[in-house]
Design a protein around this ligand. Sequence first.
Ligand SMILES: [Fe+2]
Ligand SMILES: [Fe+2]
Length: 462
Amino acid sequence: MQHGSNRRHFLASSVSLAASLGVSRLFGQDVPKITPEGEKRFKPDSLFLTWQQDPTTTMTIQWIGQAKQVDEPTILYRDRGKGDGWIIGPSCKTTAFPVVESASVRPERGADAGEAATKPADPTAPKYTGPTDLTIFRAELTKLSPGTEYEFTIGLSAPTYRFRTMPTKATKAFHFVSGGDVGIGAHALANNKVAAGQDPMFALVAGDLGYDNGVNGATALKFIQNYAATMTDSQGRLIPLVTCLGNHEVRGSYGKTLKEATFFTPLFNGLYADTSYATLDFGDYLSLVLLDTGHCAKIAGEQTAWLEKTLKDRAGKAHLIAVDHVPCYPSYRVPEGKGDKFGTGEEQRKNWCPLFDKYGVDVVLEHHDHTFKRTRPLNDGKVDEATGITYLGDGSWGKLRIPKTPELRPYLEEVSSNYHITMHRLEDEQRFHLAFGETGKVLDVHRTGKKPRNRTPGVTTR
Ligand SMILES: [Fe+2]
Ligand SMILES: [Fe+2]
């Protein structure tokens, strides 16, 4: 069925592709004349995969490059297991990679830097010298078969790449990696390798990707190039990237719009088309609820109303995971507000945590503080060993600080000053979370179990 419709697609598309590519004989052999591997001349250094819709049946292919580098930005793909001819997929949609004329924030202070605060432009600072002639290419493959390995190429002169669609069910092999606060330094690269070494189904980077601050195109590009260079699994398959927004994607950090997420928006608005928060549903077994902690959308109001509906609608999911950048329970910054200023995470604790409790979110992944952190299981802000929620992460993929201790912050269970990523293994209705340091050493192992989805916050249910 699938093959039949693809075959029709191939026949319908092949005439125009043949014309544009100069392929003279298509119908006789069902396979366009693709340049032999050794003669490939188009090798994008920023090719990566992501998703806009259900990862069990779709895949989005993207790269950033010069338009003149590629003869024909059309995707050809096929099921590796079937050995059929190539299917002519969609042509890429293109968007200009933004050009920002001059930096309006001070430069990053190095790999161990804390959050670089947004500052007015320094008139003596060098003018922006990033790329000015780049295009973002995007093509989405749809109606794919779940749990299947595909290969694809771009036009007729690019290498062949591989990926797998997500399975229909979360099997014992289903695991992904997550983290935040990456940057483009050596520690980020080391952790990319640790992350890829887990052979994850995908990688989730929850805010503060390259630290482009919405102004530095070279940094935004370098983050993607680093990802493309390192995030391939042991079988040679590209590892898809899922992101959410952090303050360092946005010119001005907080209280802005998607327009000020200068590079993030054109790169990831396949998923974040209308809002800076979104849900990615993997079949009927996993939902990632990806939130914006006040960068391009307010926490209270519309986003919170959306969150409630989103969680309510997903009560039947085996794995319901909330993802945000600024932590509800910080391991470094101060949680209490001063005067009319909210403390770190205070707005989320007021608006979102009661919903996480009510709808029984399985785990919250959050970052921004540049440490390794695992909270105690919390329900209504209090320790609840039976059904409380673990808040995990704190963002040290490539950035680092020294966390506060559990003695000072009793909601913390484990903290350390280590660069890290976490591997999440889904198994039936429980999850195992293994934190790895940048040398691959296991830093922490934690299990989260099944949560009752509808309950009264603050009331323990067994
Ligand atoms: Fe950060
Ligand atoms: Fe941050």
